[in-house]
Write a protein that binds this ligand. Structure first.
Ligand code: SF4
Length: 427
């Protein structure tokens, strides 16, 4: 439908050998997703069933909310619960009753499992079913796991959305569901672009409130905006919806390709597509070009963390002139990551999973100009003279679609700029 800015590379990375490692990992747990999900879903409450550690993680990551009552909390499992001396289900029922009596604005309640609740095998699924019967139709109660036992932090959002899919109403109507939590301002930009293309039956999962209910059926097509939604993708397929594979909407090229996949599906005329995308594409290209001056010719190494690594590597190499040395991702799913891998020129080591010591050795040997990694690795690597970018910042910052493309490039340029200034100052 539209010309790509740069032709796809002859040998992309889709069929490149993947280094798979399973060893010690350095990641946050899935509870982290509550930080952005509770802002997005205005009538939801996330009740973590966990320990004081879980409560501290949430509180320190979310900061203190001074303007509104928080939409998350922790039902703390005390020693007697962990030792099986109390009936945790009775206690949970009491907590939920108190919460819902005090907060009539809650329409969706998520019981979020944690490491401690999983260790004592507290069956939150049964609890959610029991509480749904008690509080329906006013409140919908669902459960998912945010435990750090086998997850990386973005899996929390995936598990939350996957839990919602089975209870969405059924429809035979043709519709588009855009899947992935985006900041409201970015979501509005995306809806504006789709509206400009003449696509009006669009729903967003997760929606801001339960009222804007999404329906799913055999005539539903869906596009993912986040590359970490493996379980949600599988749950939607089970409901008969069809995935529109595309590169992720990060940077000018990714956004255009993502919109293009939808435009083709809905039979949008090329002229309409050009008219709607021409100006924002130009703005995005200009903004990226400015920020990319700092990035051009530099190398980048990705540790697996946010699961955004593959689309970001595609953006940095194709739009910002960087060279990727290693692109590590916690999980690689061909149906989801394939289109981005196809655009990523052969060369970098693609790795899945982590054995952190071995990966640190590879990083030290490669001496990249920029290392994208989790918070726990950033300071030690900085102390060794490597510039780093915290992967988690990329999830908390608006980075999708045209108007954020320049900011996305700037996020990576900043540590290099800082190093340059410090280098000059030290001379
Ligand atoms: S869920 Fe597990 S990893 Fe996460 S804060 Fe609680 S105890 Fe720690």
């Amino acid at each position: 439908m539209t010309e790509q800015m740069i032709p796809p590379p002859l040998g992309g990375c889709r069929s490149a050998p993947v280094l798979k490692q399973r060893g010690q990992r350095e990641v946050f747990c899935g509870l982290t997703g509550i930080i952005w999900l509770h802002r997005k879903m205005q009538d939801a409450f996330f009740l973590v069933v966990g320990s004081r550690t879980c409560a501290h993680l949430l509180q320190s990551a979310a900061g203190v909310m001074i303007f509104a009552e928080p939409r998350f909390g922790t039902a703390i499992l005390e020693e007697a619960d962990l030792a099986g001396l109390n009936d945790a289900h009775d206690e949970l029922d009491r907590e939920v009753a108190t919460l819902l009596a005090r907060r009539p604005d809650i329409r969706q309640l998520f019981l979020v499992g944690s490491c401690p609740s999983e260790v004592i095998k507290l069956d939150l699924n049964r609890a959610a079913e029991r509480l749904t019967v008690e509080y329906a139709p006013k409140v919908r109660v669902l459960e998912y796991s945010g435990s750090g036992i086998e997850t990386t932090f973005t899996q929390g959002e995936d598990a939350c959305l996957a839990a919602m899919v089975p209870v969405l109403p059924k429809t035979e109507a043709r519709n588009l569901v855009v899947v992935g939590a985006l900041p409201d301002v970015v979501e509005d930009q995306m809806l504006g672009l789709l509206d400009g293309l003449g696509i009006d039956t669009v729903h967003v999962l997760p929606s801001r409130t339960i009222e804007s209910e999404i329906a799913i059926g055999p005539n539903t097509v869906y596009a993912l905006t986040q590359p970490f939604l493996n379980e949600t993708h599988a749950a939607l397929e089970r409901r008969g919806a069809r995935h529109l594979p595309a590169p992720f909407p990060m940077g000018e090229e990714g956004t255009t390709a993502w919109l293009n996949a939808i435009a083709i599906e809905f039979g949008v005329a090329s002229e309409t597509f050009e008219t709607v995308t021409e100006a924002p594409r130009r703005r995005a290209r200009q903004a990226v070009a400015q920020a990319a001056q700092q990035l051009n010719g530099k190398s980048v190494f990705f540790f697996p963390d946010s699961q955004l690594e593959i689309p970001l590597a595609r953006f940095l190499t194709r739009e910002c002139g960087m060279t990727a040395l290693e692109v590590g991702s916690p999980y690689i799913h061909d149906a989801i990551h394939g289109p981005d891998l196809e655009l990523l020129a052969a060369g970098p080591q693609i790795s899945e999973g982590q054995d952190v010591d071995l990966q640190l050795d590879r990083c030290r040997e490669a001496r990249p100009d920029l290392t994208v990694c989790g918070l726990g690795l950033a300071n030690p690597l900085e102390a060794e003279g490597l510039s780093t970018k915290w992967a988690i910042e990329l999830v908390f910052t608006p980075v999708h679609f045209y108007e954020q493309a320049g900011d996305l490039a700037s996020l990576f340029a900043r540590p290099l700029h800082r190093k340059e200034i410090l280098g000059v100052a030290a001379e």
